[in-house]
Design a protein around this ligand. Structure first.
Ligand code: ATP
Ligand code: MG
Length: 661
């Protein structure tokens, strides 16, 4: 075996130049890369100047005590002022900030920046009246409502770090986070609408509060938005209605500046690889990193664009690219409460048509679901307003990229495949839509001001055409500052693998193609070792998805007596393929062999109705590995649908699709 850390199996030759019109008026041009590499700190200082500071910083970056970074030290600012008030003061109070769309048809609200300012001030005053002070933590456990954004901004305004907990999480998950963060107040709703029905939230808060008390921690107040009108249990000492506390509060509140390093929020990772980690983000660097990258990567023109990021606000994407980045940039955006298939499977496309969405940002898991259902559904809507598409969360398989480009983007929209993490806070690797060509499946190059590399076991750069570990070599403004309350775990998790070199190691494998462009290859923990070849999950999955009958695939390595590990694949077929036919397993094995070589040919392929995914939609390969190795399935607490593993295990038990050879 060569010294490559990861074999480079697949070849992809397609490439799309940036559209000429977009390139001609792009927010950021090729010159930014040079400027950033000649003086990185000056580059980020200039990006920081796009914000309004009460006090300018003394020092751009303090990296005296790595890995603990401080950005813009001595500077002070208010995050909510930057996201709201300054747009009103600039004369844009009438601009729509949020086109909110509820799941029930005709349930809509339009919120201008002036409306948002008044509401955030009221909510800030209400939180202060409940005794919340700067530095206190507030948990937000909400559906996708305007009040959710208002609550986040109100916290930021008074310097109370928020921790948003995804509304689909159980009371246990909520309780753990309440205790870990010691949240003084919880903001929630009676419920929200999902899949056509009201779904209660308040009971989970009540349970979580009881659990937290059992652990010796008491939440002081619960602020409850009335959304569905469901019956709720009420504790007069603790529970407060939002419409009573907030609607009656003053809409005047003067935002105080906070230190650039004042904590803005704690966000727990999605838990794809294990127990979620509490990531701490602070104020000045985070706002700089998210607003600059949102401006650069999405080429936002705030006067004319309608931007829509479909991520739930319970994930970092909702924080960086629905709340802080876009609002700091004065964007007009769509926010949707419900699921893509309610009341019909074309709901998203209908929203794009109705609001004239121009920039659309979603996840590969959603794109593959739409591929499975067939293009007739989006084809029934007018998507001609779109001018730019984005992808985040996992590698986008080349076939899904092509479908997204052709069916949704009408072959005219560039796609930005954005690689980043809860930890990085901001997009790190992505094409710039007016500069970089797009290759299906590649996140392309690090953004200006970001220093990323692919290295071998010894931390040396791998040559073009080879794979290895993805590392970040220099600090960046929106980087995590630590894990909440656990500096040691922070150092150990991210900074120990390449301690000598001082690199941040993200956990992901990647390869450089012959042009030096970056292809993400999945988690290094998932890398398979087959007869001495180290194979990535992503490339084999992409080969499977390139078969016309396949919509989604997940690949894991299972122990094998002869080869060490063997490739085991789980696939979901497209609706149009029916059951795939009698030969489907052999057909797919041959297809992988033809696409990338005999070494990658799966030993076993199982056709399954669903794959195990986290609540943010990422495939959880470690659970499939348990199935492939006939073990009891491990920790499923972050799994979106716990019945999925039963379905898959049953299939495995019946031996269906199993094929030795
Ligand atoms: P945990 O760290 O708790 O296991 P997680 O890593 O899934 O959860 P996130 O921070 O939400 O939590 O996800 C970041 C990860 O998502 C990245 O490390 C990478 O593996 C994957 N990812 C995100 N965007 C892309 C992309 N454009 N291409 C490939 N992978 C991506
Ligand atoms: Mg992670």
């Amino acid at each position: 075996m060569s010294e490559e850390t990861l074999s480079n199996l697949s070849r992809e030759d397609r490439s799309f130049e940036p559209p000429a019109e977009l390139a001609a008026s792009a927010n950021v041009t090729a010159e930014a890369y040079e400027r950033a590499s000649s003086d990185r700190e000056a580059f980020w200082a200039e990006a920081a100047e796009r914000l309004d500071w009460s006090q300018t910083w003394d020092r751009v970056l303090d990296w005296d005590d790595p890995p603990f970074a401080k950005w813009f030290t001595g500077g002070t600012l208010n995050a909510a002022y930057n996201c709201v008030d300054r747009h009103v003061e600039a004369g844009n109070g009438d601009r729509v900030a949020l086109h909110w769309v509820g799941e029930p048809a005709d349930d809509k609200r339009t919120i201008t920046y002036a409306d948002l300012q008044a509401e955030v001030c009221r909510a800030a005053n209400a939180l202060l009246a409940l005794g919340v002070e700067a530095g206190d933590r507030v948990a937000i456990y909400m559906p996708m409502l305007p009040e959710t954004v208002v609550a986040m901004l109100a916290c930021a305004r008074i310097g109370a770090p928020h921790t948003v907990v995804f509304g689909g999480f159980s009371s246990d998950a909520l309780a753990t986070r309440l205790v870990d963060c010691e949240a003084k107040v919880v903001v929630t709703a009676d419920g929200g609408y999902r899949r056509g029905a009201p779904s209660a939230l308040k009971p989970a808060v009540d349970e979580a509060r009881t659990k937290a008390s059992g652990d010796g921690f008491d939440v002081e107040h619960v602020l409850v938005v009335r959304r569905t009108g469901q019956d709720v249990d009420w504790d007069d000492d603790v529970d407060v209605w939002w419409h009573e506390a907030v609607d009656g509060a003053s809409s005047e509140h003067e935002a105080q500046p906070f230190d650039a390093e004042h904590p803005l929020y704690v966000m727990y990772t999605s838990g794809t690889t294990g127990k979620p980690k509490g990531i701490l983000h602070t104020t000045g660097g985070y706002l700089t990193g998210t607003s600059y990258t949102h401006h650069a990567v999405f080429d936002l023109k705030p006067e004319t664009d309608v931007y829509w990021c479909t991520a739930d606000v319970g994930w970092v994407t909702g924080h960086s690219y629905m709340v802080y980045g876009p609002l700091a940039n004065g964007a007009t955006q769509v926010m949707y409460e419900g699921t893509p298939d309610s009341p019909h499977r074309g709901r998203w496309w209908e929203i794009i048509q109705d609001y004239g969405v121009t920039i659309f940002y979603t996840a590969p898991t959603a794109i593959r679901t739409f591929m499975k259902q067939g293009r007739e559904i989006p084809d029934g809507f007018d998507l001609s307003s779109l001018r730019l598409l984005g992808s985040v969360g996992e590698s986008i398989n080349p076939e899904a990229y092509m479908w997204y480009r052709e069916v949704i983007g009408g072959e005219r929209c560039p796609i930005v495949d954005t690689w980043w993490q809860t930890e990085t806070g901001q997009i790190m690797i992505s094409p710039l839509p007016g500069v970089t060509a797009g290759k299906p499946g590649s996140a392309m190059t690090p953004l200006p001001g970001i220093s990323v590399d692919v290295v071998n076991d010894d931390g040396e750069s791998v040559p073009h055409g080879s794979g290895g570990y993805l590392v970040v070599k220099e600090p960046w403004p929106a980087m995590l500052r630590t894990l909440w309350g656990d500096d040691d775990r922070f150092k150990e998790t991210y900074w120990s693998r390449f301690r000598k070199q001082g690199f941040y190691f993200a956990g992901d494998g990647a390869k450089l193609d012959d042009d030096g462009d970056i292809w993400l290859l999945g988690r290094v923990d998932d890398v398979m070792n087959v007869s001495g070849h180290r194979l990535s999950t992503t490339e084999i999955e992409s080969a499977l998805v390139s078969h016309p009958k396949v919509a989604e695939a997940a690949v894991v390595g299972a122990a094998d007596e002869t080869t060490g590990q063997a490739v085991c694949a789980f696939v979901i077929l497209r609706d149009s393929a029916g059951d795939g036919g009698d030969d489907i397993v052999e057909e797919l094995r041959r297809h992988v062999q033809k696409e990338i070589g005999a070494i990658a040919k799966p030993r076993q392929i199982m056709v399954v109705p669903e794959l195990p995914k986290t609540r943010s939609g990422k495939i959880m390969r470690r659970l499939l590995k348990d199935v492939a190795e006939h073990r009891e399935v491990g920790d499923v607490t972050t799994l979106a649908d716990s019945t999925v593993m039963d379905l898959i295990s049953k299939k495995e038990g019946s031996g269906s699709g199993d094929d030795e050879g």
